[in-house]
Ligand binder design. Structure first.
Ligand SMILES: [Zn+2]
Length: 344
């Protein structure tokens, strides 16, 4: 398993509208893997592998490059940075975070906290309040000099290293660098199989703010089949009833049947399930009550496509401790390879 690539993908900063560093890393990794590589006006990276015949179906894999983060919206006269979130943060997970502010002139380390008093001088009542995301600020430790380096629109990410622990991976950006990894590693493993389909692997932008890059790239490609590759919830941890688990870690890749953005194509679900069984690839069917993913954009592009999701169950999602099971990630790679290889 190419852990080094996943680590580098996870530790590269890229929030919605600012995916350029991730795109550059992917570009350097996919040398020779595809027949045509282009970047579209929204910044998505479109990678096409030609079929060996003219009437081959178009299969599109969608892998979003962006991670949740912030854009600097205001710099106070004393040099504190205020931000707008790009992506869904729970403010309870934002206290006392180390962050990185990314600018064209380099990156700056900072610490994030909400306005307010420390435990020694706060009241019991103060400590019960959960601040809004907009009440958090970043201190760069340079006071008014922040004005010399930071501009409104610069982006901010959590600053945490990638970890391999037990049989899991942990990172702040597994959502959705696991898909970037899968889009590269599956095509690498496919080698020369699957030439009966025209395969488009698209590394999309701005998924976390509403599947925006997926919409335009799917409109351009007009696939017959769209596969949204992403993380999903894995709530198999204390404090959550079994019925809300969504996925159980270690039980295989997620075959995504429904979320609030789409309902997967019935036949495609059955077909991929049959390929998983035939190849002994562990899987679990999954559904989400809320939340969407790029497969929906492919499904609804132009006159429509058949679509499904291949997902990896992720604990503690949208926190700096996002965790996936290595075996689930391997299963997601294996099903992509096995399914694409059926296009002979
Ligand atoms: Zn995602």
């Amino acid at each position: 398993m190419n852990t080094d690539l996943l680590k580098r993908l996870c530790e590269t900063a890229g929030v919605p509208g600012n995916e350029h560093r991730v795109r550059d890393l992917i570009l350097s990794e996919i040398d020779g893997l595809f027949d045509e590589v282009t970047t579209d006006p929204m910044g998505s990276l479109l990678c096409k592998r030609k079929a060996d015949r003219a009437d081959a179906p178009k299969v599109m894999l969608l892998c979003h490059m962006d991670e949740i983060g912030f854009l600097v919206s205001h710099i106070s006269k004393d040099g504190y940075l205020y931000m707008q979130p790009v992506g869904g943060f729970d403010p309870r997970n934002l206290f006392s975070r180390r962050v990185k502010v990314c600018t064209d002139d380099g990156d700056f380390k900072g610490v994030m906290n909400p306005g307010g008093k420390p435990i020694h001088i706060s009241s019991a009542e103060d400590r019960k309040k959960i601040p809004e995301v907009g009440e958090f600020f970043v201190d760069l430790g340079m006071g008014k000099k922040s004005h010399d380096h930071i501009k409104v629109g610069d982006f901010v990410v959590m600053d945490e290293p990638f970890l391999e622990m037990g049989d899991k991976f942990v990172s702040k950006a597994l959502d959705n660098r696991v898909a970037c990894w899968l889009g590269i590693e599956a095509i690498r493993a496919l080698a020369d199989q699957g030439r009966g389909a025209e395969i488009h692997v698209v590394f999309t932008t701005q998924e976390e703010v509403g599947l925006r890059g997926a919409r335009t790239s799917a409109f351009k490609i007009q696939p017959d089949i769209g596969i949204g590759i992403d993380t999903t919830l894995s709530c198999d941890t204390p404090g959550i009833p079994d019925k809300d688990a969504t996925t159980v870690q270690g039980a295989g890749f997620g075959l995504h049947v429904r979320d609030s953005s789409f309902i997967a194509d019935r036949d495609l679900v059955k077909q991929i399930e049959a390929v998983a069984i035939e190849n002994d690839i562990p899987y679990q069917r999954t559904m989400l009550a809320a939340g969407g993913q790029d497969g929906a954009a492919a499904q609804q592009a132009a006159a429509g496509a058949r679509a499904v999701g291949i997902v990896v169950g992720t604990r503690y999602i949208h926190t700096v401790t996002e965790m996936v099971a290595q075996s689930d990630l391997a299963a997601a790679r294996d099903i992509l390879v096995a399914y694409l290889a059926t296009f002979k």
